[in-house]
Design a protein around this ligand. Structure first.
Ligand code: LIP
Length: 293
């Protein structure tokens, strides 16, 4: 049944002034949470608990970073809603919900692989309903490289690396699919990973090569920044994609689900418009060959 919730395109945008405030707050808090997870990473970091499978892990720092983000947001914008990867969301009594992933790339964080991010996004609509929400401001921070990606609706997409000058991200003319470096990811469930591997066998021969970085937020920002040409993945949650989605679209990219559907757990396809369509076509053939999951 079609969603009763207003669709993303019908959702009013906050004022330009509020959008600037939301973007600045997203950057400030993502940087602060990033410092926390790096500076206070326990030497003996382990798995605090597991979620959907034995490899879907939470560390004590995932929860600490989310607690920090929630308390800061509650203090600064008490009427806004909150949805985080870890437990403890609250409904909005304003037009804004904060959608956060305190550590995107948790397994990389556990193994001390420097490819993980804090993702903080302000969204309008209902983030539980694909197609019924859209990000309006957000930031993705890799606290190891000190890269900050940020955007607000209509304000462009920006990358700041350490103390360097901010770089405006614009997705230039992409290569053809056969020359494209494509990112993707795999789920925590073994049966899903086997299915994703079958899909990958249908894609890998169509592109330059594949990269599996391990953080959707960093993958999608890499497409906006040109260090990947395109990206697809099944199984993402709102918190994995919310901020990076806006960075990519504000850089001129397309971010959709499959065959015109909104982005969501079923599929995310990201790339410059000309390449996005080529990837979708290759994916369609690969999905048919892989059979239903
Ligand atoms: C991760 C995603 C990544 C996906 C991983 C995992 P998490 O999120 O960012 O793209 O391939 O399986 O879902 O769990 O580290 O926040």
């Amino acid at each position: 049944m079609a969603s009763e919730a207003p669709q993303a395109g019908e959702l009013p945008l906050p004022s330009p002034g509020e959008l600037q405030e939301l973007e600045a707050l997203a950057v400030e808090l993502a940087v602060e949470a990033g410092r926390l997870i790096v500076d206070e990473r326990p030497v003996d970091l382990g798995v605090a608990k597991t979620k959907s499978t034995a490899t879907d892990i939470v560390t004590v720092m995932d929860q600490r970073a989310q607690d920090l983000l929630r308390s800061r947001l509650r203090a600064r914008r008490p009427e806004d809603g909150f949805l985080g990867e870890e437990e403890g969301g609250t409904a909005a009594s304003s037009h804004i919900t904060w959608v956060v992933d305190p550590i995107d790339g948790t397994v990389n964080y556990l193994y001390d692989i420097p490819s993980y991010a804090v993702s903080v996004a302000a969204v309008v609509g209902d983030p539980a309903e694909p197609g019924a929400w859209r990000p309006v401001a957000g930031a993705v921070v890799n606290p190891v490289t000190q890269e900050v990606f940020h955007a607000r609706a209509g304000g462009g997409a920006w990358q700041v690396a350490g103390s360097a000058e901010p770089r405006r991200l614009r997705m230039d003319a992409p290569p053809p699919l056969s020359q494209a470096l494509a990112g993707t990811g795999f789920g925590y469930d073994a049966e899903r990973r086997l299915w994703q591997a079958r899909v990958l066998t249908g894609v890998i021969g169509q592109v330059r090569d594949i990269r599996r970085i391990g953080s959707a937020a960093l993958d999608i920002c890499a497409v906006a920044a040109g260090t990947l040409d395109c990206y697809y993945e099944r199984g993402l949650n709102a918190w994995d994609m919310a901020a990076a989605w806006l960075v990519l679209v504000e850089a001129g990219g397309r971010f959709t689900g499959f065959a015109g559907q909104p982005p969501g757990a079923a599929m995310v396809v990201a790339g410059a418009p000309a390449l996005h369509g080529q990837l979708e076509t290759a994916l369609l053939a690969a999905l048919r060959a892989a059979g239903e999951e």
